[in-house]
Each structure stands twice: as C-alpha cells, then as structure tokens.
Design a binder for this molecule. Structure first.
Ligand code: B12
Ligand code: SF4
Length: 530
C-alpha cells in the first residue's frame, strides 16, 4: 500500500523545520509499504491539490497530524481525501483530546475514519495492517496487556534513516543560491533544521499546556547511544551533500534531568557528533555552570526559554511559579558568556496583566544580551486545566476557537484588560522588538564579537519577525530588507575589514552571576510553548 503522511501548513511561516511525527511513523511502518511525506509548510497544498495527489499517486491511506491551530485546515484536507474514497486516520494532540469532533460523534460532520489517541508509536503498525485489510477501527489507543494506557519507553527507539530520506522539501537555502553556496567552506548547498527527540514527558502541568496531559508526567529517555548515532547520521548526510545540518531537540525540557543531559552532551562531544543545536530548557536549570559549559561545547547555539511573564503573580496563576523573573538576566548572561543566546517566550493576556505589560516586559528585555523575544497570548487549548477553569467560570468567548482559527486572537477575556487591549500589547511587543532600530541595536550589542555572530542574530531576527508579521512572499522580504538597509550595508562593509571573521573570544558576563545553589535544591521545572 502507498501511504501519505500529511501535516497542514500553519498559514504563517514556511518550512523552518519539518515535523518529527512523520519521520517517526515512516520508520515504524511495517515493511512492504511505501510512505510519502508532505509538509504543507514546505509544499503548500489546498483541498483540490491533495485530492489530485491522492488520485495520481494511488494512495491507499492518508495519515494527518495537526496541532489545534492547524486543525480546521486538517479537517478540510481530510474531507477532500475522504471524498476520493481514501480512508483518513488522524493523530496528534488535538484529536487526542477531541476525538469525537474528528469522528463526527459530537453532532458535527465526520472528518476521519480513524483516530490514533496519544503516542502512536505502538498503534501505527496495527493501523496500517488494519487499513490493508479494510478493517480500520474508529479509535486506536495505546494500551498494555491489561488494557491500561501505556507509553512507549523510548529505550528501543527506531532508527530514522536520515541518510536516505528524501529531504528535498526541507532545504532552507534558496534554489538559485545552492550551486554557488555548495562551494563555500564545507559547503552550504543545503541547510536543514531537523527535529530530534531525546526524551518525552513533563511532570509540571503548567495550566495552559497540553504536554503533561498528553505525554504524561513521567519522563522517558532514549539511550545516549541512540541519540548520538542519530546525530552522526545527520552529520554524515550533511557532509555527503556539501551542506549544513542543525538539530532542534524538541524535548519539552532538554535538561529536565541535569545529570542525564550532561552525560548525553559528554557522549556527543566524545563521539565527535556535535552539530549546531537548539533546545528548550527552563531558566532554573540553567543555573548550572557545568551544564552551560557542556551546552556550548556540544554545539548548543540557541536555547528556547519559556519565561511567559516577568510578573511572579501571573506565573503562580498558571502553575509556573518555578520560573523566577529575578534570575532571568543572570541566566541569559551566563549563556551569552559562552556565545549561546536565547529565544525568550512571553505570554500576554494573563489574569494579572494590565495595559503596558508589553513595554514593561521590553524594558527588561532591552537590558539583556540580544536574543529572540517572542510574544503570544494566553490560549485555552482543549482539555488543559486552563480551558476547564475558564469554561467553568463562563469566561470563554470562543469556546471552539480552533474551528475558525485566527492567529494571535484571544478566546477568553483577561481579568484586568480587554481582549482588544491584550491584542494591542502583543502587537506592540512584536513591532518594537523587531523594528529596524531594535535589529540594529541587537547587531551593535555584539560589536565585540566576530562578524558571524552579528550576521547570525540579524538573520535570526529577520526570520523570527515572520512569526507575527507574515513573510510569505518575495515582496514582504524586499520591504523588510529595504527597511533594514543601513544595518545590512554596515554588515557588508565590515565583511571586507581585515580580521572581521576571525576568532570567538569568550565574553565576560556583564552582570555578576549569583552564587549557584546546589542543583538538588533547585525546584526543577520546565519551560515553554505559550
Ligand atoms: C517542536 C514543537 C514545535 C515547533 C514546530 C513544530 C515542528 N516543526 O516540529 C515550533 C517550535 C515551531 C512550535 C511552535 C508552536 N507550538 Co509546538 N511543539 C513542539 C513540541 C515541543 C514537539 C513536537 C514533537 O515533535 N513531538 C514529538 C512527537 C513524536 O510527538 P507528536 O508530534 O505528538 O507525535 C506523536 C503523536 O501525537 C502521534 N501523532 C502525531 N501526529 C500523528 C498523525 C497520525 C496520522 C498518527 C497516526 C499519529 C500521530 O504519533 C506521534 C508518535 O507517538 C510539542 C510538545 C511535544 N512534546 O510534543 C509542542 C506543541 C505541539 N506545540 C504546541 C503549541 C501550542 C505551539 C504554538 C501554537 C505555540 C505558540 N503559542 O506559538 C506554536 C505554533 C507553531 C505554528 N505556527 O505552527 C502545543 C500544541 C497543543 C495543541 N493542542 O495543539 C504542544 C503540544 C506544546 C504545548 N505546550 O502544549 N512547536
Ligand atoms: S514546563 Fe513546559 S512542557 Fe511542562 S507543563 Fe509547563 S509549559 Fe508544558
């Protein structure tokens, strides 16, 4: 049978990184089937397009995965596939919580023939076999021999054959530049950011987050060896195509068990498996100097930190009191001292937020080493404790907000400001943090660093700007480049200066780093994903 795995586009950004679930299910598919992958962010498709694809390629089963914000598109695509007489199975965090919606058992239209609940590592082979026999069940739940919910241990993790997977849709280097760039240094003909997981699960249960409910509160890790081998495969692939490969460790908190993370990073270094990587790590765990040393030595470049708010009352409200705003600056300085920078994520529209929250947050951000601030709105995702609380209190203004998804729009009223005021705060945050002046400031703040770092922060900011201000067409890029022409000319001029590209001096922390308490005494915590 030929199977299509499809992930809908998010409608805002392009193919920054493919989705891991597709590669994982592809690797877990029983032998004898061909699996094609289409990521809508890299290969845009509409309903007619997917129907034609399914017809022409003689697809026998379509698997669709989606987060809540893409679910409306996912349902439309599923409807188009089913109209062709091809069965659809859906999985991922949204349909796990809203299976009746996908199956049309809540009074609405049916979109899927079958739904895979939770982690599908074990159920996927069974789904494929049932589909071949034309005996798909409506619901597949991962259960053990006693009928209890079970989670894959990750100790036996499948080998994703990175050396041979067709990754052509996931090359971030523009086509026109590939030939020339292939010849530069080790080669830049391809640049891919690839998702790799080293563990799953999070015990912290932040009120707005799906992860604890979905993956459970016990953390499961792959073996170091399996992760290291995967990195080596990726490196070999990059070398063979004269390109570059960066990794996004998608664990919800890559350092949730500091001892284990240090041992993994040591093994990566020992095996020469370093690649440039990004990971999500909570601020409290970044107090550990040795961990931060190992992050830098193993190739860590950007750390995503779910700061969420600079107001402890807000953090307590959403069960994320382990975040300590008072230590954010020291943590960022500690990273920057090793030339590691942070993607700092904030949520506005929390219950203690009042107008001016964006400027108050930015006042702090401006004092920190340059990074990539991102701003979102508190969003009640289905089945989260936040959703239940707001529903009970009658505060949901759009209880089925995903059915008509609007980016950066609240679905409930905050307590101390209006919905419109919250939207204005997010707009202010993005507009200020990504203005040409702010970009120039970020570049200038690294003037003691080799040119590569300044170019890096500049390009990263231009790309991150696109999360809020869509940059889907060439026109949008031309406009942004024109607005930032002064910074671009400055960087180009510097490129011709002698020594501009040389050396990477360690930076001295600009503020004293407070004494680190014993790591055991630190309330562990995770971050991210507002
Ligand atoms: C990586 C990641 C991203 C990446 C993008 C996705 C990518 N290219 O990988 C980035 C960083 C860009 C991102 C952004 C956002 N993310 Co995100 N992200 C994740 C993260 C950390 C890992 C995803 C992953 O690969 N997991 C590992 C794989 C193996 O798990 P999985 O995808 O769930 O797949 C398994 C099952 O679900 C199932 N499955 C999945 N799909 C399918 C399909 C079929 C057919 C079948 C049978 C089974 C199946 O089988 C898989 C194997 O068991 C998750 C949290 C998490 N730990 O999953 C959040 C998560 C998915 N993100 C979330 C959110 C909310 C967001 C944002 C909206 C945050 C924000 N406020 O901006 C943005 C939106 C991005 C956008 N514009 O599209 C939520 C989604 C909740 C929900 N109900 O939708 C999650 C769960 C985190 C959370 N805090 O709740 N994200
Ligand atoms: S720490 Fe992160 S992954 Fe864990 S529950 Fe909180 S937001 Fe979710």
């Amino acid at each position: 049978m030929r199977i299509l795995l499809y992930n809908p586009d998010n409608g805002v950004t392009r193919n920054f990184m493919p989705h891991l679930w597709m590669f994982l299910l592809q690797a877990l598919t029983p032998a004898g089937h061909e699996v094609l992958l289409v990521d809508g962010n890299a290969q845009p498709m509409d309903e007619a397009g997917i129907a034609q694809f399914v017809r022409e390629k003689k697809i026998g089963l379509v698997g669709i995965g989606a987060m809540t914000r893409m679910i409306a598109k996912a349902y439309r695509m599923a409807d188009a596939v089913r109209a062709e007489g091809v069965p659809v199975v859906m999985g991922g965090p949204h349909v796990t919580e809203m299976a009746d919606e996908a199956l049309g058992r809540d009074g609405g239209p049916r979109h899927a023939d079958a739904v895979a609940l939770g982690e599908a590592d074990a159920t996927w082979p069974q789904i494929v076999n049932d589909a071949v026999r034309g005996e798909l069940k409506e619901v597949y739940a991962p259960v053990d021999a006693f009928g209890q919910e079970s989670k894959p241990s990750l100790k036996e993790y499948p080998v994703i054959p990175w050396q041979s997977i067709d990754l052509s849709q996931f090359n971030l280097v523009p086509k026109a530049a590939r030939g020339t760039l292939q010849k530069i240094g080790e080669g830049w003909g391809t640049f891919r950011i690839v998702p790799v997981e080293s563990g799953r699960g999070c015990p912290y249960g932040c009120e707005f987050c799906t992860v604890t409910g979905f993956f459970g509160d016990s953390i499961r890790f792959r073996t170091n060896e399996s992760v290291v081998n995967e990195l080596l495969l990726l490196k070999a692939r990059a070398r063979s195509e004269k390109g570059q490969m960066a990794v996004f460790f998608i664990d919800d908190n890559f350092a949730i068990n500091v001892k284990r993370t240090k041992s993994l990073l040591r093994d990566i270094i020992a095996a020469g498996a370093q690649v440039h990587w990004v990971a999500q790590i909570s601020a409290n765990l970044l107090r550990d100097e040795e961990l931060v040393d190992l992050i830098a030595a193993s190739g860590g470049k950007w750390i995503f930190i779910g700061m969420e708010s600079i107001d402890p009352a807000n953090l307590k409200d959403v069960n994320k009191g382990f975040n300590k705003p008072g230590e954010y600056a020291a943590v960022l300085e500690r990273l920057a001292a090793r030339n590691v920078y942070a993607i700092t994520s904030f949520i506005f529209g929390m219950d203690n937020d009042t107008t001016g929250v964006a400027e108050r947050t930015l006042e702090q951000v401006r004092t920190w080493p340059p990074g990539l601030p991102i701003f979102g709105l508190l969003t009640p995702l289905p089945a989260t404790p936040l959703y239940k609380r707001l529903e009970k209190a009658g505060r949901l203004t759009r209880p089925r907000h995903w059915q008509e998804f609007i980016p950066f729009a609240m679905a409930h009223t905050p307590l101390k400001m209006t919905i419109e005021e919250a939207h204005a705060e997010v707009n202010y945050g993005w507009a200020q943090a990504y203005s040409p002046e702010a970009l120039a400031g970020a570049v200038d703040s690294l003037s003691d660093q080799p040119l590569g770092y300044r170019i890096n922060i500049f390009i990263a900011r231009l790309c991150f700007r696109g999360i809020y201000f869509p940059m889907m067409g060439k026109g949008a890029w031309v406009k942004v480049i024109a607005q930032n022409r002064r910074t671009i000319f400055k960087l180009v001029r510097e490129g011709f200066k002698a020594g501009a590209w040389r050396g990477a001096p360690a930076r001295i922390p600009a503020v004293p780093v407070p004494q680190v308490e014993a790591i055991e005494a630190i309330a562990p915590g995770v971050e991210m994903q507002g």
